[in-house]
Design a protein around this ligand. Structure first.
Ligand code: ADP
Length: 616
């Protein structure tokens, strides 16, 4: 993996390279020039000395043999710390100031020495090289010489130390290199210390910025004023503060929106621009079984409605620049609930928002619509039978010119019976309509239910007597009072008792009971009739609902009695229900309804309960 140098390393490296170059380059330049100058001077001095020795040898008459020459060399050159060598033709050394005469022969042939070779062809040969004899760098100068016999002609060579200035310069250069290395080391240590010093506040700032990035908006940098990074720290702190404020504002708004979104009774589904579910609110998620993992799926995957999916696709494929026209459709969810779905496309799909679908529960509207239709159909149907009968009998009578008086009387009785039935039905319908629209105002007052039962039973007396049915009531007069409209309570008891009589067999009994719980009284009207099958029990309180489908079974029944009872009880804040069959029997039924106790009775009951608890 390629590792990049940090900016800091680049800066440091460039600084160090510059430092080294700025120290070394000028010094090296001067060292080189001075050294060259010294070498030139040394060369010239050496040539001058060689020329001097050359002249002295040629003009010294005492040098008459090679031995004299050796002696002269030793005498003259040694004290001057120079070395003189006489190389005869062929490279053989015949005299050398540094080598005793006895050892001269042992010296190797000098013909190949560079200065010797150069001297053969040029005037003077010069080299600077390491001398094995003196064990140091030396300057060698040589020139041809032709002394008197018997000394053979040859080459006179002078060797001496290079200028002392050169040595001094070399030492200086070496010391300078050491000093440079030390300065370099010191600068490395110093820059590391400085960088460490800088890294602490920068590290602190980085930590703060990272914390801000992870949502910790309370983190602040604690650099003190005067620090060079203090303005930066202040700017970061201010940014963090602003971020924190903005984020809390946004999350507050978001929470409010979510509360509204989740609190809506209508189901809401938001789709992204690709048609995938982005979010759904609580109302809708309660309707969909797979709501928990619906995010990211297509509507069809969570709501089995091809129509809804097609509508979503249509809305999303329409122009994305303007607000698209809302699209409405109806779907059934949760088994039997009907929803009116309004789909609207978002104008700016680029932000990822595609469309919003609002599910409005219209089941109640639908139900009311059906109830209305059923009601009209039922009323027409219920009225049609007696009307047809009346019409038939009337037409027959009209057709008879001289009707038989017996037939006339019996026909008129049928017409009267049907008319009564229609009147009672219309009465019931009007009563029901008044109760439903709550137009019939009622003033609840303390009512003795025993009185209401007596009045109701009186109204049913002819029917009860015809079937020899007796009433047993365990509600003694003046023992309790309920808060009710007297006439309406009588109506409830009358309807329930009438039903009890109607559906009981002859010579039976009806039992009215009462139970008190808290501030309520629960009344029960029990008969031993055929009872009401479970599946019908919750429907018998609907208008025109009859368990037996043939009206002829119980002529005169309108199917409205229990609906009226339910309305009255509801208007009084109570509840009505039926339990069938009666306990420990497989027949009969008991109708229960609740009523609030009148205030005085309720207070007494509360005291009684408290006393009972105290006694325990
Ligand atoms: P109806 O005028 O037909 O009695 P209701 O509303 O009073 O109308 O009763 C509705 C239906 O409930 C009746 O048609 C009958 O089928 C059933 N019902 C009511 N009371 C009783 C009862 N005591 N025993 C058996 N069935 C009953």
């Amino acid at each position: 993996m390629q590792k990049h140098l940090s900016l800091r390393s680049y800066l440091l490296l460039s600084f160090w390279i510059l430092l080294i170059l700025s120290m070394l380059l000028p010094t090296w330049y001067y060292y080189r020039n001075l050294t060259q100058q010294a070498m030139n001077d040394a060369r010239e001095a050496a040539v001058r000395q060689l020329n001097l020795f050359h002249a002295l040898i040629l003009n010294d008459s005492n040098i008459r043999s090679v031995a004299d020459l050796q002696t002269w060399f030793e005498k003259t050159a040694k004290p001057a710390q120079l070395r003189l060598t006489y190389v005869a033709a062929g490279g053989r050394v015949i005299a050398d100031s540094e080598v005793p005469a006895s050892s001269i022969r042992d010296l190797d042939n000098h013909a190949s020495r560079p200065e010797i070779m150069q001297a053969r062809t040029e005037d003077v040969g010069i080299t600077i090289r390491y001398s094995r004899v003196s064990r140091q760098d030396q300057i060698f100068v040589a020139r041809r010489i032709q002394p008197n016999d018997p000394i053979p002609p040859g080459i006179l060579r002078l060797a001496g130390p290079i200028s002392p200035l050169k040595g001094l310069l070399d030492r200086l250069w070496n010391s300078f290199l050491i000093v440079t290395a030390l300065i370099f080391l010191a600068s490395v240590v110093l820059s590391y210390a400085l960088i460490r010093q800088l890294r602490l506040p920068i590290g602190n700032l980085v930590e703060v910025v990272e914390a801000l990035g992870t949502g910790d908006y309370g983190r602040r940098s604690r650099l003190s004023p005067g620090h060079e990074f203090f303005p930066l720290a202040q700017a970061i702190n201010r940014t963090g503060e602003n971020f924190g404020k903005k984020i809390s504002e946004i999350s507050e708004e978001k929470q409010q929106l979510e509360a509204v979104f989740d609190g809506m009774q209508e189901g809401v589904m938001v789709l992204d621009s690709r048609g995938k579910i982005r979010t759904i609110n609580r109302a809708l998620s309660e309707l969909i079984a797979t709501a928990s993992n619906s995010v990211g799926k297509r509507p069809l995957e969570v709501i089995m409605s091809l129509e809804l999916q097609e509508a979503c696709d249509l809305i999303l494929s329409s122009s994305s620049t303007a607000v698209s026209k809302p699209y409405n459709l109806q779907i059934v969810l949760g088994g039997n609930r009907t929803y009116d779905v309004t789909l609207v496309g978002f104008p700016e799909r680029k932000r990822g928002m595609g469309a919003i679908a609002v599910f409005h529960d219209i089941s109640e509207l639908k139900r009311l619509e059906t109830v209305r239709q059923d009601f009209v159909a039922n009323v027409s149907h219920e009225l049609r039978t007696p009307l047809t009968s009346i019409k038939g009998y009337t037409e027959t009578l009209l057709a008879e010119k001289q009707p038989d008086p017996q037939m006339l009387s019996s026909f008129l009785q049928v017409i009267a019976k049907n008319t009564n039935h229609m009147v009672s039905m219309v009465d019931d319908l009007l009563r029901l309509a008044r109760l439903e629209s709550r137009h019939q105002s009622f003033k609840p007052a303390p009512v003795d239910p025993a009185d209401a039962i007596t009045a109701a039973w009186k109204a049913c007396a002819p029917l009860a007597e015809s079937k020899n049915i007796v009433l047993k009531s365990d509600i003694a007069p003046h023992t309790l009072h309920v808060s009710a409209d007297y006439d309406q309570l009588v109506q409830v008891f009358r309807n329930l008792l009438e039903n009890g009589i109607k559906y009981s067999t002859s010579d039976d009994e009806l039992i009215v009971s009462c139970r008190i719980e808290g501030n309520r009284a629960t009344f029960g009207i029990r008969d031993n009739g055929p009872g009401i099958p479970k599946q019908h029990q919750h429907r018998i309180f609907e208008r025109f609902y009859r368990v037996e489908k043939h009206r002829s079974t119980h002529p005169g029944s309108t199917g409205l009695g229990l609906a009226i009872c339910r309305h009255i009880i509801r208007n009084h804040g109570g509840r009505i229900w039926v339990e069938s069959p009666n306990p420990e029997e497989d027949k009969g039924c008991t109708f229960f309804f609740t009523m609030f106790l009148a205030r005085k009775d309720a207070e007494q009951e509360a005291e009684r309960v408290t006393d009972a608890v105290d006694m325990v």
